[in-house]
Write a protein that binds this ligand. Structure first.
Ligand SMILES: [Zn+2]
Length: 271
């Protein structure tokens, strides 16, 4: 808790600096996370120790990039199983396959994001899955819309975010990308990796190193725990963290992580 309070303090200081520079920005008003919510997230197997849980505008952001609507938290908590790693999936997967998932990139983004999305889509489609991704030019037809993230993502070091599939078998419908990191990116493969990572969450992948985020994030070892939302191990893939997986919890702006052989096994197994 002390760590969280310190972080909130740093956050408010940074906000002060930021707001002075950009006075027209909307005030963030991050909200306090109750112990009841922490308990539910812990039971779902999310790491709430190494990364603060951010609560804002009816949503939680956990493990630095996974968005959970407060209204869905109880549904997740009531699920009989939870997701697992890289090879770990959520209980809710995209159904009605074979299926084409359309992806729309907000037109306010620069060309980098269109190129990065096309590269991410190409990586998935090269695996001949029962899910085929396609970039579309209208948001009204899109299954997944890629939008700019709110400014405070940059404060917390969040490169992008997404959520898990719905109980009715649809992919999570929004990816948020942090422009302060990627507008000037020099390595499109790094941007493609982050977009592919967020797409992975949208179709039900949890973090490969969910059992120990120190593997990719550094710091002290910590077990994210399977809890009960379902960290279901995918047969034929390592039970421990795998170097280079696209679903490792932590990455960096320019770091390219194309699918490893185990990533491909996991994708092929689920889809
Ligand atoms: Zn992630």
């Amino acid at each position: 808790m002390k760590k969280i309070l310190n972080l909130m303090l740093v956050g408010s200081m940074l906000f002060c600096i930021y707001s002075c520079e950009q006075p027209e920005e909307e005030s963030p008003a991050l909200e306090e996370v109750s112990s009841e919510i922490y308990d539910k997230l812990d039971r779902l197997g999310f790491n709430t120790v190494d990364y603060p849980v951010i609560k804002y505008n009816g949503q939680l952001i956990v493990e630095n990039d996974i968005v959970i609507n407060l209204s869905e938290l109880d549904d997740l908590s009531n699920a009989s199983q939870l997701p697992t790693a890289e090879q770990y999936s959520t209980n809710n997967l995209v159904t009605a396959t074979p299926r084409t998932i359309s992806v729309y990139v907000n037109s306010s983004f620069s060309q980098n994001y269109f190129d990065g999305t096309d590269e991410a889509i190409a990586r998935y489609n090269a695996e001949n899955l029962t899910l085929t991704f396609q970039r579309v030019s209208s948001s009204s037809q899109a299954d997944i819309v890629i939008n700019p993230s709110p400014w405070y993502y940059g404060l917390f070091g969040i490169l992008g975010s997404a959520g898990f599939p719905t109980a009715s078998g649809n992919p999570y419908d929004e990816i948020l990308m942090t422009r302060s990191y990627y507008d000037g990116v020099t390595n499109i493969d790094g941007l493609a990796t982050t977009i592919a990572h967020e797409m992975g969450h949208c179709i039900g992948f949890r973090h490969t190193d969910y059992m120990d985020r120190s593997f990719s994030c550094g710091g002290s070892p910590d077990d994210e725990g399977a809890g009960s939302t379902g960290a279901n191990h995918i047969p034929g893939t390592p039970t421990g963290p795998e170097a280079g997986s696209w679903m490792l919890a932590c990455g960096s702006v320019n770091l390219d992580r194309p699918f490893t052989s185990s990533d491909k096994t996991a994708l092929d197994y689920l889809y």
